[in-house]
Design a protein around this ligand. Sequence first.
Ligand SMILES: Cc1cc2nc3c(=O)[nH]c(=O)nc-3n(C[C@H](O)[C@H](O)[C@H](O)COP(=O)(O)OP(=O)(O)OC[C@H]3O[C@@H](n4cnc5c(N)ncnc54)[C@H](O)[C@@H]3O)c2cc1C
Length: 401
Amino acid sequence: MLIELNKELKKSIELLREIGKEYLRPLGIEADRSSQAIPVDHPFYNLVAQTGFMARGIGSTFESGNSEKSTNGRSNNGNSVRNVLMAEEGSYWDRGTLVSLPGPGLGGPPVMQMGTSQQRERFMSIFKQRDKPLWAAFAMTEPEAGSDVAKINTRAIKSEKGWILNGEKMFSSNSSRAEWVVVFATIDPNLGRRGHRAFVVEKGTPGFDISRIEQKMGIKAYETASFKLADCVVDFDNLLGGESYYSSTSKSGFEGAMSTFNATRPIVAAMGVGIARAAYDIAKEFVLNEVPKNSSLRLRRYREKLQVMQAKLTHAKLLCLRAAWLLDCNKPNGFEASMAKLYAPPASLSVVTEASNIVGLENKDKSIYLQKLARDVKAIDIVEGTQQIQRRVVARNIIVN
Ligand SMILES: Cc1cc2nc3c(=O)[nH]c(=O)nc-3n(C[C@H](O)[C@H](O)[C@H](O)COP(=O)(O)OP(=O)(O)OC[C@H]3O[C@@H](n4cnc5c(N)ncnc54)[C@H](O)[C@@H]3O)c2cc1C
């Protein structure tokens, strides 16, 4: 695997670094202090929209500007490595603010992966406009279906008026401010995975009601919400991929969701690496500048710790890049995506913990910020499938019955 960053990507990362320093981190710290998400009308979001970033996607996981699918029907368009690198850099500055940014977010991948060309154009092109910030979201998780997505119970019934959706979704990030949400539902729970369908539910559709904003331990800059669907009628055209997508024996809504995860897991894993790199830099700066030079034993111990932390970060990042690179090559990457998501979150958590151990309480500001990073990094282990679930996927690939 040879990854060379082209000029455009280098420029994007540099720009993100500047935005990160000036906006992402200060806004994330303020959200953490106040325990409030960044408000929808914050001027920074207008700036993001005006600069065209909603379509280019600094926070989004898929570039929305290009609605063409690649020849084999997959839609990564060579962007997966870019998305991993941008996610890592953005999360270095603040993962909460990064996820809060306007754009298609986690709603983008299923539209790009499963949608028809008309649907991709219809739902993604809104992010090309620059006059106001817009969001989209993804909703799979339900009160009784988190890790085991096959158990989703939101019902979709076809009627003359369209598809009628009934059910409850939870932990859907940015759905409280989204123009549309991709909702996974089942036409018949007895069909298991084969019954899954993905619908785009648009803002203001009667019967679609946000019921709760979650109180999170960290990553406070964005809202994660629960919502109810009560006789919510969506157009036939809002069934992602159309009926033909699901009638093919090789495809189902479940498989669509899984291939979405293969794209998003390396990105989420890279976010953990970004958070942990921020902690590593704080610890390194502390060791270089604040530990007395005559404490040779202490310095040696810290240097060894920093070396182990650095190795973990490098290892985790390479796993993310490998999974993304395979996707960019249109090769299967489910195993590698799960491997990255299995390794990076606990490795990132351990780096943040070790940074806290090094700094201790000797530098109050650094210590307070490290506490925030420890709260932020925990969620990385949960979203897009927990460590235990990734272990199952990896094990299944190693031991084939
Ligand atoms: C901040 C945040 C943002 C999120 N954003 C979104 C979003 O935008 N859209 C969305 O749809 N969802 C979202 N989620 C939900 C997330 O995907 C789920 O929380 C996750 O899939 C775990 O599901 P659960 O919380 O129901 O835990 P459970 O599935 O109840 O799991 C509880 C524990 O049991 C373990 N476990 C479960 N099953 C097994 C098994 N078979 N073998 C071994 N261990 C097992 C799990 O690993 C976990 O440790 C978000 C969650 C968080 C925290």
